[in-house]
Design a protein around this ligand. Structure first.
Ligand code: PBG
Length: 333
């Protein structure tokens, strides 16, 4: 054949392939999510093989492992005891609560590790929603934002580096930015869950925190989060969210879930200069683990391929439960 172009020429050897490779992964791309609880024992999470709710001691051990692998950011999620939950999620304002305690401990032991937090009421709410639920079953926006600002300040005081509002209330980035600035935290960043979809992929996470919408109260509590999280059918709406988050002062924009939403990442990439994070969520993790346990896929290859594809789609950072495994595989190639 007389061909003008033979693209296979550049695929012929590992050296040539490496020369023209566009994207790569490194441990510093990862943000490692960690579940914590008040107990002294670590407790494995059935739906997420390899992941536990860590005691504070277990948490520090995980941070040490992550640090040694080159990971430089962790994000904390608390499992709060039922007796500390109420309708307004007041425990999120407790300066000596689980999250502030954990942040201080990490900062004391590993001051160089960046700590990201989650701002939302669901772990603390007896109703299991990210915001306050009115007696009519409406998730109240402005009243919730008020509490979220105070929650963010508690986290910043404890030493958090990046505040991560995951609640999807309108106007919360601006309000949190102003609240942080007023308290002298102008250098603490906001990584906003910008395009967070109402997704069934969060199932294992809600098991981990026991934070699913409640079914046992007298209020008509919505069974899903679709009045504040986005409809999976929508793409343009993600650009509206991104526009506002950016203008309200978000430092990093996040898309969540990740895998089924690569087009959203790509779209945001073309519409903003801010760094973009992808959240490779619990359900995505569990699917890979389940197939790997059955020997149906090569876990290492699938995980590294998936994470790389987030980069190709336009993400700079990836929140992933595979962070430590992936960092280990990258270092031992
Ligand atoms: C809650 C929150 C959720 C996740 C992160 N923060 C769950 C939800 O919105 O119900 C999900 C993360 C995952 O599934 O890994 N504000």
């Amino acid at each position: 054949m007389e061909l003008i172009s033979r693209p296979r020429r550049l695929r012929r050897t590992p050296a040539l392939r490496a020369m023209v490779r566009q994207f790569s992964l490194s441990a510093s791309d990862f943000i490692y999510p960690l579940f914590i609880h008040e107990n002294r024992e670590n407790e494995s999470i059935t739906a997420m093989p390899g992941i536990s709710r860590w005691s504070l001691e277990g948490l520090i051990r995980q941070v040490a492992i992550a640090w040694d692998l080159g990971i430089r950011c962790v994000v904390l999620f608390p499992k709060i005891s039922d007796h500390l939950k109420n309708a307004n999620g007041d425990e999120c304002l407790n300066e000596s609560g689980l999250i502030p305690k954990a942040i201080r401990l990490i900062k004391q032991e590993y001051p160089g590790m960046a700590v990201m937090t989650d701002v939302a009421l669901d772990p603390y709410s007896s109703d299991g929603h990210d915001g306050i639920v009115s007696k009519e079953g409406i998730i109240l926006n402005d009243e919730t934002v008020d509490i979220l600002c105070r929650q963010a300040i508690v986290q910043a005081r404890a030493g958090a580096d990046l505040i991560g509002p995951s609640d999807m209330m309108d106007g919360r980035v601006k309000a949190i930015r102003e609240a942080l600035d007023n308290e002298g935290f102008q250098d603490i960043g906001i990584i906003s869950y910008t395009a967070k979809y109402a997704s069934a992929y969060y199932g294992p996470f809600r098991e981990a925190l026991d934070s699913a919408p409640s079914t046992i109260t007298s209020k008509p509590i919505p069974s899903d989060k679709s009045t504040y999280q986005m409809d999976p059918a929508n793409l343009r709406e993600a650009l509206i969210e991104a526009f506002w988050d950016e203008h309200e002062g978000a430092d990093i924009l996040m898309v969540k879930p990740g895998l089924a939403y690569l087009d959203v990442i790509s779209s945001l990439r073309q519409n903003t200069k801010q760094p973009i994070a992808a959240y490779n969520v619990s359900g995505e993790y569990s699917m890979v683990k389940a197939a790997a346990e059955r020997g149906w896929i090569n876990e290492r290859a699938v995980v590294l391929e998936t994470l790389l594809c987030f980069k190709r789609a336009g993400a700079d950072l990836i929140l992933t439960y595979h962070a430590c495994d992936a960092a280990f595989w990258l270092a031992n190639n």
